[in-house]
Ligand binder design. Structure first.
Ligand SMILES: Nc1ncnc2c1ncn2[C@@H]1O[C@H](COP(=O)(O)OP(=O)(O)O)[C@@H](O)[C@H]1O
Ligand SMILES: [Mg+2]
Length: 294
């Protein structure tokens, strides 16, 4: 398991052994032959003139409490895959295939069951400015999801949970009364993480959450995500184009190109012995991060 000092920034991938030990367990998330087709609009009337298959038959499994990195160059279908799993594309695209969370297909859920699933699967995006309403104080931002998805929680428990979260993500208590623009990019991402974790999801889909941050701040956020995972047991579907980040955080990796998987496996195997030329190309495109060095 993780032998790295907790303060070591960007320490090497931790629990690949855990993947092997847990190999017989049913997965938390099982994605089967996921396909997403966008309509292509054209002409003055913006009629549908064709289709574009952004995700063309993707299958993978993620165990509870672990991290699966979904990597690929820009436009390869990573965000589309994440949004399709989180059921955010129902009105925008034709989605087929299955996304089973604990055996229940998210793609077919409706009504109360869908609401419950929304609680289990949360997202953190690259740009917290876009995902955090600038007119809301941090306390309101954290309350919002809780009120919508956990209405049964009494107000005092809501308050208590928010204070605990603030501590867990490293925000000072006075942060609660402030607005998103008053924070740095890294702090804003901490707010977005706290907001996503408030409803105690089992799966957090992180879509390039550190790509817009300075390298040193990236390391802090990655370390925070790892600590939170160890404490809370939440699983991450971690979307990135950066294989160095994969080595730091993930147990398994899925490499996607033009909506199709070209390679997948344990991080150690894929990064040490990439089989597909596209994976090698992605590896060559990033400076490698040595264990323990930011
Ligand atoms: N709403 C949309 N309508 C049509 N095409 C889209 C839409 N969203 C994304 N695409 C296209 O789907 C492909 C995959 O996009 P995306 O999932 O955002 O890739 P990535 O996250 O890997 O950069 C891209 O070619 C993109 O232009
Ligand atoms: Mg994307």
């Amino acid at each position: 398991m993780d032998t790295a000092a907790p303060e070591a920034p960007l320490a090497a991938a931790h629990a690949t052994a855990g993947v092997e030990a847990d190999a017989g367990k049913p997965p938390l998330l099982k994605v089967q032959d996921l396909r997403v087709r966008y309509a292509v609009k054209g002409g003055l009337m913006q009629r549908t003139v064709g289709h574009f298959d952004a995700v063309a038959g993707v299958s993978f499994e993620l165990l509870a409490g672990q991290t699966l990195a979904l990597v690929g160059e820009s436009g390869s279908g990573k965000t589309t895959t994440g949004k399709a799993i989180a059921q955010l594309l129902r009105r925008q695209a034709e989605v087929t295939g299955q996304a089973l969370l604990n055996g229940q297909d998210l793609c077919t859920l409706q009504g109360a069951a869908l609401l419950q699933a929304r609680r289990e699967v949360q997202l953190v995006f690259q740009d917290p400015f876009a995902s955090l309403n600038p007119r809301m104080r941090v306390s309101e931002l954290l309350q919002e999801g809780l009120q919508a998805l956990c209405p049964e929680l009494p107000p005092e428990q809501r308050e208590a949970r928010i204070h605990t979260l603030c501590e867990q993500v490293g925000l000072r208590r006075d942060a609660l009364q402030r607005y998103p623009h008053e924070f740095s990019g890294g702090q804003r991402q901490r707010i977005a993480i706290a907001r996503a974790l408030a409803v105690q999801p089992r799966l957090l889909i992180c879509d390039e959450p550190t790509s817009a941050l300075d390298v040193s701040v990236q390391a802090q956020i990655l370390n925070l995500l790892r600590e939170l995972q160890q404490g809370l047991g939440v699983a991450y579907l971690f979307i990135t184009h950066n294989l160095a980040v994969v080595e730091c955080l993930a147990d398994t990796v899925v490499v996607i190109q033009r909506g199709r998987i070209v390679e997948q496996g344990l991080v150690r195997d894929v990064t040490e012995r990439p089989e597909h030329p596209y994976t090698r190309q992605l590896m060559a495109a990033v400076p490698r991060v040595k264990p323990g060095i930011a």
